[in-house]
Design a protein around this ligand. Structure first.
Ligand SMILES: *[C@@H]1O[C@H](CO)[C@@H](O)[C@H](O)[C@H]1NC(C)=O
Ligand SMILES: *[C@@H]1O[C@H](CO)[C@@H](O)[C@H](O)[C@H]1NC(C)=O
Ligand SMILES: *[C@@H]1O[C@H](CO)[C@@H](O)[C@H](O)[C@H]1NC(C)=O
Ligand SMILES: *[C@@H]1O[C@H](CO)[C@@H](O)[C@H](O)[C@H]1NC(C)=O
Ligand SMILES: *[C@@H]1O[C@H](CO)[C@@H](O)[C@H](O)[C@H]1NC(C)=O
Ligand SMILES: *[C@@H]1O[C@H](CO)[C@@H](O)[C@H](O)[C@H]1NC(C)=O
Ligand SMILES: *[C@@H]1O[C@H](CO)[C@@H](O)[C@H](O)[C@H]1NC(C)=O
Length: 463
């Protein structure tokens, strides 16, 4: 993601909330969960135009960035897994394969301006989910889901940077993107979780070692405190990571929680369970506050009404990662689902907006639509609602190569591709092909977005 991703559609500022009737959800009934999820998924996919003639598969229209599309298709893989509804499978598969880029590594050249390590890993997560849930494999001549995830892993491993902060991944890949001098939770947590999932799927120790190295580095900086279990957002390389931004985001916790869950499920080593316990100790009370109805709240922006275009999707990641954690670590199932049930009811209750009276807002503690809607809001609500299938039906756990997985391994995928690093830590091919014009373009976008953020202040921006 980039700093330029502030909401900048100002044409429909500050619309007044409309009243509508919320979606009905009975969280103990699989039929009710399926039918409610199908409505929310339909409305989510209505934002997608990439399957129309002349449009590009896998892209969402502005103002949504490339990463969010990748994350959305991963959630739609889960939609099929949870509900059995195959309606969107062809579109989802087409989208996930169209955006792999020339080197089959989720680095399409024309996305460079919004392509950080976190953006890339969100697409890799979706490919990994497809492998783990046995989503239909790509055809001959196409990379396997697993190989796509391995390609991203290999490239990110080659970007491990010991020049500053003693290690870690930078947020951005390209020097011209704002945030190149930031080492942060979602990029390093993303790499950690991807390594953990590859370890469990392939049973290759190298991935465990990388996950462990990333965790140890993260916990050895002000980014993570293993006494208080606070996950901080990021740290500047210009200060050699001597302090950290204390911003608290749901998905930063979720990404590390699930990574530890996969590692615990694979290794059975109690240290991962301990980390899980510590992270849950912080996550559950902090983001499901009692005084806001015990539902999931993006506390850093939701109560202030100033979430940007990316942030409304974050809650959905925490939910999805908590759900798979509960599945992989039965010891924490009850503790997690106690919270998820309340949020599922709350999320459905908030889906009462827009012309159809069923678009989802953010405030899951209220059945009055809060006046905002968009891809992120739909994704978060869908995550909360469909996770209830895990609570009411028997679902097969994510597979690995020895437990029914059919996705072919290619441990050297992505090596030698344009996305791997050159001698100065920058991708060699892309370094040459990025022109001065591209840099100026990125800079202007950032400036425009910052200006609009200043103008719009805390005002809510709608679809
Ligand atoms: C595109 O997606 C929409 C929404 O899922 C669907 O109704 C439509 O049939 C799709 N169009 C094509 C050409 O696949
Ligand atoms: C970007 O590249 C993809 C191929 O990777 C291509 O299909 C698409 O048309 C290009 N343009 C946009 C706007 O995505
Ligand atoms: C930067 O931090 C790393 C890790 O803490 C440390 O090893 C290194 O000496 C520091 N470098 C400088 C110049 O302070
Ligand atoms: C989590 O909280 C419980 C209850 O306060 C405490 O017993 C436990 O030690 C904590 N776990 C960690 C890893 O700090
Ligand atoms: C609902 O949550 C919002 C924050 O998202 C908060 O401002 C509001 O006071 C809460 N309302 C209730 C009834 O708890
Ligand atoms: C791993 O997850 C599976 C599926 O939920 C579960 O049956 C198994 O007990 C878990 N293994 C460990 C070590 O927790
Ligand atoms: C394990 O993964 C590493 C890193 O990708 C790779 O170099 C190695 O060949 C893999 N080993 C096996 C047995 O696949």
């Amino acid at each position: 993601m980039t700093l330029s991703r502030s909401s900048w559609l100002v044409s429909t500022l500050c619309l007044t909330a409309q009243l509508g009737s919320a979606l009905q959800l009975t969280i103990s009934s699989p039929d009710s969960i399926r039918s409610t999820a199908s409505v929310v998924a339909y409305d989510l996919m209505s934002y997608y135009t990439g399957n129309r003639t002349g449009d590009v598969p896998g892209n969402l229209p502005a103002p949504y960035y490339w990463w969010e599309a990748g994350a959305m298709f991963g959630e739609m893989v889960e939609y099929w897994y949870y509900t059995g509804d195959t309606t969107y499978n062809d579109e989802v598969k087409q989208a996930l394969l169209h955006q792999v880029g020339d080197d089959k590594d989720y680095m399409p050249r024309n996305q460079s301006k919004s392509l950080g390590n976190d953006d890339q890993v969100f697409w890799a997560f979706s490919a990994m989910t497809a492998a783990e849930l046995k989503f239909e494999d790509p055809g001959d001549g196409q990379p396997s889901w697993l190989a796509l995830a391995q390609a991203v892993f290999n490239e990110q491993a080659s970007r491990w940077d010991t020049e500053t902060c003693g290690g870690g991944l930078r947020w951005q890949i390209f020097t011209f993107n704002a945030g190149y001098d930031y080492k942060n939770a979602i990029s390093n947590g993303g790499f950690f979780q991807l390594a953990a999932r590859l370890a469990r799927y392939t049973q290759n120790q190298t991935y465990v070692d990388w996950a462990e190295k990333t965790w140890k580095w993260y916990a050895g900086t002000p980014l993570l405190d293993m006494e208080t279990w606070q996950v901080n957002d990021g740290s500047s390389t210009q200060k050699n990571c001597s302090d950290a931004s204390q911003l608290q985001w749901t998905y930063n916790y979720g990404v590390f929680i699930a990574g530890n869950a996969y590692l615990y499920n694979y290794t059975g080593d109690g240290k991962y369970l301990d980390r899980l316990d510590g992270l849950l100790n912080t996550t559950l009370p902090r983001f499901f506050p009692d005084n806001m109805g015990g539902v999931l709240v993006e506390v850093a922006c939701e109560p202030l009404g100033n979430c940007n275009n990316d942030q409304p999707a974050f809650k959905g990641f925490l939910i999805r990662w908590l759900a798979v954690t509960a599945q992989l670590v039965p010891e924490v199932y009850d503790r997690i689902f106690e919270y998820l049930r309340k949020s599922a009811s709350g999320a459905a209750g908030q889906c009462s907006g827009g012309e159809l009276g069923r678009h989802c807002g953010r405030e899951w503690n209220s059945t009055t639509w809060d006046g905002v809607s968009g891809v992120g809001e739909q994704m978060s609500a869908l995550a909360a609602i469909q996770a209830m299938m895990m609570d009411t039906t028997d679902l097969a756990a994510p597979v690995g190569a020895t437990t029914g997985g059919t996705s072919k391994s290619n441990p050297s995928a992505g090596t030698g591709a344009s996305g791997t690093t050159g001698s100065n830590g920058l991708p060699s091919v892309n370094r040459e092909t990025i022109t001065t014009g591209d840099k100026a373009g990125a800079g202007i976008l950032t400036a425009v977005a910052l200006l609009l953020t200043l103008i719009t202040g805390g005002c809510l921006v709608l679809e």
